[in-house]
Design a protein around this ligand. Structure first.
Ligand code: BGC
Length: 867
């Protein structure tokens, strides 16, 4: 038996993160038993664990999914911890020694914010020379540089992170990072900190991208503290101050949207002078952002020369990230790389990036160089290359950047196009999980749109461990709300924009609840409770007696295809007041569940009542006496079914089917309806339609874009028209993860693995696969906090099916078998389900139905229904 995956706050051996009360989690593997009987967690300041500062003793209530330790922690301490587990098979095993190290916490900074004289142009490098006279035991660098920074020791980059100190609500808090520089300091030398513009100082956000101004004050600044502990126990703190030095580098320009400009014909160093910063800055806090790194590297698949003579590299995959290229050109030669997502008429194209230049420019000093940008990223598949005499594709590497979000989900079907769709959604997550969950990674936007984030959050949690990533985003939601009396801005960080909308702002309630459901860790609800409550209270205040919430502007079923009449065609056809009311009632309900979970009884009661009252109002205002929904759209009917809003449920189902029938079984849904669509159809046993929508290869549908060669998820159902032309340039990204939420349905309903609210963190799952002739087989694996679950099925022939399940140690599954004959089912089931304890299961049986007829992409049942 082994104890693995030991994490603190969902992070493996984290250095310098915000901790609060530490939450421990771990997994048991290779056990002969099926469950833990008791466990013991010990924390020590010494690696040998001889003296402990916290010890639970053996206890039965230690939950391996999330155990919050009530322990007081001190600054700059490395804590070691182990967990020992006993099982129902009489085994006992102890984990390896794990650690986490606190940051400066409440300690005052000796280092001061320093700045330089120049505000624009050549980017500064602040530096100091260090000599060491005594033996060093350990050294840490605590550092924050604004807009962005990279630190170097003797010319070598410290750590492997990009875009530090990351993107958050800079008005409320600043994140600093901690680096272990013990080895570097032993040798002594020069510490340099290079600064760039980034989100803080560059043009960014809606308001600022237009007037070309930055959101924050336009100065470069840095604060750092190097704390050295010598072998003799003495400690030395060297902080940034006026005695540091600065020179200006040959990077002339950097921008998240526009890229970078380097001019190596400039002198290597232009000395400047250092001053103390005069402005008062928000508090520095330990990081919450998980590291952004180069997670993958790709080589060009093809190099081409277009009819107009451009040289273009095709990476073969739309990605977000940077690049590395070897160059050696004569002095004064200008190299220019431009990045785009798609070709048009065989030529390089970038108009859908709007005002984002997305370039890299380099003027050569005549020497050989390896170029790699520092302070930008691009969303791209194609690179237009200018100024390189002999372009060799192998000299170019696409470096895929995204946050550390370990892969947890693997899903494969017997259908090639569906597999590509799943892959596209996976790339959608990678491309839009660069510190903030963004709408898109390429145009002059790349912001944390709350609506997009909530829509994709379940899929994100199936695909990758997204807990720590979202935790920081949610923290920022709350920071913003403290400036707006609870209003949740549409984008987080907001960059000063105070607009809000239902379904967008509701991310404040939906995402924490989804995290609780997937990871079983209550601490996220505790962290976010004030935010969730502030949002619902904000709506309640706006709404008042006059139901004003539903009367204000909302984005509604954004980008749905049923828009009619005047106005912005991006607005869908479903009444936005109806959607706003439903989301409001739902958020109040989530809040009451969170209050219940945290033991806040009065709140639980109050918000439950509020939610019930709101749903009653919706029922009376939006439904006719005979149960019809006054908003007669696909999305409104789906919401009706999902929330049980009509007294005539069956009638609404029929109406929905009819609506699809008249629309040739094609969807019209946007941001609100699409994530609900196939899930709800399956809940209503309308799976035939759900599969028809999935498998439809024509516009509008998921496989249309796959067939058109998409390697990511598009923003619009028709981002690219059948003839290959891009449909519009105003708002048309080819890497927008929102509609990738279909993957959540494939995990939950096709592979059938569904989290269960009463046992969060996958302590128990419901497995109820739905078989489709067109897919032939499905294989899913979910690495959950409670262990790895597997579910797969395979059609053997028209009447034979094989299914396999794996339930991990400590887990449990309630299975419902598809198309099973009553005799077999009777044998297996206890109550409604076949209950599976940990172990491997395979079952093969003769099916009730002819499988060839099952969910083959064609809807037949509608004929049988009378309207
Ligand atoms: C973004 C969306 C966002 C929408 C709402 C767009 O520009 O890219 O994904 O949710 O605006 O207005």
């Amino acid at each position: 038996m082994r104890i693995v995956q030991c994490k603190m706050n969902h992070l493996k051996n984290p250095l310098g993160f915000q901790v609060g009360k530490p939450v421990f989690s771990y997994l048991v593997q290779d056990s002969k038993g099926s469950a833990q009987t008791e466990a013991r967690i010990k924390i020590s300041r010494c690696e040998d664990m001889k003296e402990t500062c916290f010890d639970t003793g053996f206890a039965e209530d230690i939950d391996s999914v999330a155990y919050e330790a009530n322990v007081e922690l001190y600054p700059r301490q490395r804590y070691y911890w182990t967990v020992t587990v006993r099982t129902d098979a009489g085994e006992e095993a102890t984990s390896d020694v794990n650690w986490f190290e606190t940051g400066k916490m409440y300690e005052a900074w000796k280092g001061k914010w320093i700045t330089c004289e120049d505000y624009f142009g050549q980017h500064p490098v602040f530096w100091k020379h260090f000599t060491v006279e005594k033996a060093i035991r350990r050294a840490r660098l605590y550092v924050c540089g604004l807009g962005l920074y990279e630190a170097f020791f003797n010319g070598k980059k410290i750590g492997d992170e990009f875009l530090t100190p990351y993107c958050n609500d800079y008005e409320k808090w600043l994140q600093y990072q901690t680096f272990d520089v013990t080895e570097q300091m032993k040798a002594g030398g020069i510490l340099e900190i290079l600064l760039g513009n980034g989100w803080y100082k560059g043009r960014f956000g809606f308001i600022n991208r237009v007037n070309n101004k930055s959101f924050c004050i336009n100065t470069w600044k840095v604060i750092a503290e190097l704390i050295i502990t010598y072998e003799d126990g003495c400690e030395e703190i060297v902080g940034t101050d006026e005695a540091w030095n600065v020179y200006y580098s040959r990077i002339k320009c950097s921008s998240i949207y526009d890229g970078e400009i380097w001019d190596f014909t400039l002198p290597m160093r232009k000395e400047g002078s250092v001053k103390l910063c005069e402005e008062t800055l928000p508090p520095l806090m330990e990081r919450l952002s998980v590291p952004v790194r180069i997670q993958e590297e790709l080589k060009p698949k093809e190099m081409m020369k277009t009819a107009s003579g451009d040289i273009i590299l095709d990476i073969g995959q739309n990605i977000a990230g940077i690049f590395r290229v070897k160059v050696h050109e004569p002095k004064g030669r200008k190299i220019r790389l431009q990045f785009g997502e798609i070709l048009q008429n065989g030529e390089f194209y970038r108009d859908n990036l709007r005002s984002a230049k997305a370039e890299f420019e380099f003027t050569s000093d005549g020497k050989a160089h390896i170029l790699q940008p520092h302070f930008t990223y691009y969303g791209y598949r194609y690179v237009k290359v200018e100024g390189i005499s002999q372009v060799e594709p192998q000299n170019f590497t696409a470096c895929v950047l995204y946050s550390d979000i370990p892969k947890t989900g693997t899903l494969q079907t017997g259908n090639r196009l569906v597999n590509r769709l799943i892959k596209n959604a996976e790339w959608g997550q990678k491309g839009n999980f660069i510190d903030v969950p963004t709408d898109c990674p390429q145009r002059d936007e790349r912001m944390g749109w709350t609506g997009d984030a909530q829509v994709f959050s379940k899929t994100a949690c199936f695909l990758r461990d997204s807990f720590a990533f979202y935790k920081k985003y949610l923290f920022d939601i709350w920071q913003e709300q403290q400036k707006t009396e609870g209003l949740v801005p549409n984008v987080i960080p907001s960059w000063g924009d105070r607009e809000t909308s239902s379904a967008w702002g509701d991310a404040a309630c939906i995402i924490p609840w989804n995290l609780y459901l997937f990871y079983g860790d209550k601490s996220i609800l505790r962290q976010q409770y004030s935010s969730m409550k502030a949002w619902v209270d904000y709506i309640e205040r706006c709404d008042g007696d006059k139901k004003l919430w539903r009367k204000k502007f909302h984005l509604g079923d954004w980008l749905a295809l049923d828009h009619h009449g005047e106005g912005d065609e991006a607005m869908g056809g479903t009444d936005t007041g109806f959607i706003a009311s439903v989301y409001y009632a739902n958020s109040a309900n989530i809040l009451s569940k969170a209050a219940e979970t945290l033991g806040y009884r009065d709140d639980a009661k109050y918000y439950k009542k509020l939610s019930e009252h709101l749903f009653l109002e919706i029922k009376s205002d939006y439904y006719t006496d005979d149960g019809n929904c006054k908003c007669d759209t696909q999305t409104a009917l789906l919401l009706t079914l999902h929330y049980g809003l009509s007294k005539e449920h069956e009638k609404i189902k029929k109406r929905l089917l009819e609506k699809f029938k008249v629309n040739q079984y094609k969807l019209q849904t946007g941001f609100v309806g699409t994530p609900l669509l196939c899930n709800q159809l399956c809940e209503e046993k309308m799976e035939e339609l759900a599969f028809a929508l999935l498998l439809n290869e024509e516009y509008p549908g998921w496989l249309y874009e796959v067939k058109m060669g998409a390697t990511t998820i598009w923003e619009r159902w028709n981002s690219v028209l059948p003839d290959g032309t891009i449909s519009s340039t105003g708002m048309n990204s080819l890497n927008h993860y929102a509609y990738g939420s279909i993957v959540e349905w494939i995990y939950q309903y096709v592979a059938g693995i569904r989290p269960v609210e009463k046992c969060p963190g996958f302590r128990m799952v419901r497995i109820e696969p739905i078989v489709s002739w067109e897919l032939q087989s499905v294989k899913a694996e979910c690495k959950t906090p409670a262990g790895t679950y597997r579910s797969s099925w395979e059609i053997l022939d028209e009447y034979h099916l094989r299914l396999s399940f794996f339930v991990p140690f400590g887990g449990m599954a309630e299975v419902v078998l598809p198309s099973v004959q009553e005799e077999i089912w009777k044998e297996k089931k206890e109550g409604e389900h076949w209950k599976l304890l940990p172990g491997d299961y395979t079952i093969e049986y003769r099916t009730r139905d002819n499988l060839r007829m099952l969910n083959c992409g064609i809807v037949t049942q509608s004929e049988a229904i009378e309207y």
